[in-house]
Design a protein around this ligand. Structure first.
Ligand code: PLP
Ligand code: MN
Length: 368
């Protein structure tokens, strides 16, 4: 971990760059909005820590009523549990004995659940739980249209749920039903249709499981692009929203955009002004994930982030826009928040133009 780029009390212009900036007012408004929306809909929130990778953010979410956290990786689960998060769902399949042994060990200090979509996976989890002398809740992941992991809803789901329920060291934890493809569908009509279909499949599975005597403690899914739709179905009882805390340029392209403020930025510095139409900043591919599109330039009329190389970001200036000066700071809105966060060791929390806090991104790079 490299030294932090700022100190509490510093004015924003003195922050070393590139730096990951968190607008604390916007961030807190996002936390509050999700907490009240979920409360009004009568569903639990279990935010996804793959976005923030930080026990600090996790605790702020839980202080507003979140029931725990989701993670994708065993290493993320470890960082959160060691950081005091008491209830963690690995919203993902874990099948290797060494990883399962780590998760089972973690179950001694936190409630740890995980997903399965194969009988061999269930047997591997049972073996790890038995070795560690713990009991693990296991959810069956179903494919509700994302075409990633998960069983196609149907008899195989019932068989796997039965296998879990009859394993001595496991309990049936419910259904994992995340419709990832729907999150960034651009129109509300498309998203509504996708979640209606996901909810129909999921609701039918919940009913079928009930008829064989299995209740679903968790019926989990949803992301920032669709959470209000899942919340309104009456089928889902947990929302696994991640990006809502920060937002990004790609979510900003949804119609309508999710009801959250942009709170995450990359602060960059102009390091070259080769001509009147171009300025180059010190934040390129290594400072910003561009898989969902290039970053946007924040509140600079006529200035476009036009290209990224490893350590350079090329800005173009439309005719008539005010020129950028050497050493000037430029705030950028990342195209995709999750992998951008993973490039930094520290959140630099700012309020009223000054640095208020530095939070370590403790699970940065925790991918095993
Ligand atoms: N749940 C799962 C399983 C995911 O993979 C993701 C993101 O990809 C999310 C929830 C959260 O999505 P978002 O960050 O769009 O809110
Ligand atoms: Mn994402």
């Amino acid at each position: 971990m490299y030294r932090p780029p700022a100190e509490p009390g510093m004015p924003i212009d003195e922050i070393d760059t590139p730096a990951l900036i968190l607008d604390l007012d916007a961030f807190e408004a996002n936390l509050d909005h999700m907490a009240s929306a979920a409360k009004a809909a009568g569903v639990r929130v279990r935010p996804h820590a793959k976005t923030h990778k930080s026990p600090v953010v996790a605790h702020l979410q839980m202080a507003r009523g979140a029931v725990g956290q989701c993670v994708q990786k065993v290493a993320e689960a470890e960082i959160l549990a060691w950081g005091g998060v008491p209830d963690i769902l690995v919203s993902n399949e874990v099948v290797s004995p060494a990883k399962l042994a780590r998760l089972a060990a973690l179950a001694r200090i936190a409630r740890v659940a995980l997903c399965a979509d194969h009988a061999l996976g269930v047997d591997a989890i049972e073996a790890a739980a038995q070795d560690a002398g713990v009991r693990l809740p296991v959810l069956v992941e179903i494919d509700v249209g994302a075409a990633r992991c998960g069983l196609v809803p149907g008899p195989e789901v019932l068989a796997l749920a039965r296998r879990i329920a009859s394993s001595r060291h496991l309990s049936f934890g419910g259904l994992q039903a995340y419709q990832g493809r729907a999150q960034h569908q651009r129109t509300l009509d498309e998203r509504t249709a996708s979640i209606a279909s996901a909810a129909e499949m999921t609701g039918r599975m919940v009913e079928d499981l009930r008829t064989i005597g299995l209740d679903c403690p968790i019926v989990g899914g949803a992301g920032t692009g669709t959470f209000a739709l899942e919340a309104a179905t009456g089928v889902f009882n947990e929302l696994q929203v991640g990006s809502y805390v920060f937002m990004d340029a790609d979510y900003g392209r949804n119609h309508p955009a999710p009801p959250f403020r942009q709170s995450l930025f990359v602060l960059s510095t102009v390091m070259s002004t080769p001509n009147a139409e171009v300025a180059v900043v010190d934040a390129g591919l290594k400072a910003l994930a561009v898989d969902s599109g290039l970053p946007l330039v924040w509140q600079r009329e006529g200035v476009t982030y036009a290209g990224a190389s490893d350590e350079h970001g090329k800005l173009t200036l439309a005719p008539g826009s005010s020129p950028l000066k050497l050493d000037e700071r430029v705030m950028l809105v990342p195209g995709h928040c999750d992998p951008t966060v993973d490039r930094y060791d520290w959140y630099v929390g700012v309020r009223n133009g000054r640095v208020e806090c530095l939070w370590p991104i403790s699970a940065r790079g925790a991918m095993n």
